[in-house]
Design a protein around this ligand. Structure first.
Ligand code: 3PG
Length: 207
């Protein structure tokens, strides 16, 4: 299951990370993103996230839940359709729950100690967070290079300006970020523009 997720991330290269306050726009937003070419979506787990996950999963997108803090949240997210889980820190409770239930998980790390602990526990794809604050592409390169058997999914401060620098690192499977779905376009329900902008980002990334 982890391999399937890794393959999808390698194909799509860029993942929209969505923090939604309500559910009313979840369906249109997911459709706009899928139309723009983003078939993997990460939804930040918040009080209404279960409903959003359910709606978004039904569009055919491969939807995961991010910033998951407890095993209970992981279970709720998966029940609502989440196909993978991410955490911001090296959250043993969540990671172990995912292992036990064969749900792909990308645990968060920021330092060699955390990378080694994650690796010892059998996790091979790690979320480098917060990427920009931890030295950006150069910081990730320094942390990742000694561990060639691991791959990384950086988020936190990734944008149009720096994504190519992350993606040029061979250990980076994909980048993620909230900038892909700007709050103002969601608020104004300008999903057509959102879709067009998102699509042009992917075209730049994929050449
Ligand atoms: C995440 O959950 O990965 C981060 O909140 C994304 O951070 P960003 O807003 O800087 O993209």
């Amino acid at each position: 299951a982890e391999l399937e997720l890794e393959q999808k991330l390698r194909n799509v290269r860029v993942v929209p990370v969505l923090g939604l306050d309500g559910v009313e726009k979840a369906d249109s937003l997911a459709r706009a993103l899928v139309e723009g070419g983003f078939f993997v979506i990460e939804v930040i787990f918040r009080p209404s996230a279960e409903d959003s996950l359910r709606l978004m999963s039904s569009t055919g997108a491969f939807v995961g839940a991010g910033t998951v803090l407890t095993a209970q949240q992981a279970a709720s997210a998966v029940k609502a359709g989440a196909k993978f889980i991410t955490t911001l820190g090296l959250n043993k409770e969540v990671a172990d729950w995912c292992l036990d239930h064969a749900i792909p998980v990308i645990p968060g790390v920021a330092s060699p100690s955390e990378v080694e602990q994650a690796s010892r526990n059998g996790f091979t794809m790690l979320k480098f967070f917060p990427a920009e604050a931890n030295g950006g592409p150069a910081g990730l390169k320094a942390v990742a290079t000694p561990y060639p058997h691991l791959t990384f999914y950086p988020t936190g401060g990734v944008s149009e300006k720096n994504l190519q620098d992350y993606l040029s690192l061979s250990q980076v499977v994909a980048v993620g970020g909230t900038w892909i779905a700007p709050q103002d376009l969601i608020a104004s329900e300008n999903f057509e523009l959102l879709s067009t902008l998102a699509h042009s980002t992917l075209q730049v990334v994929r050449g």
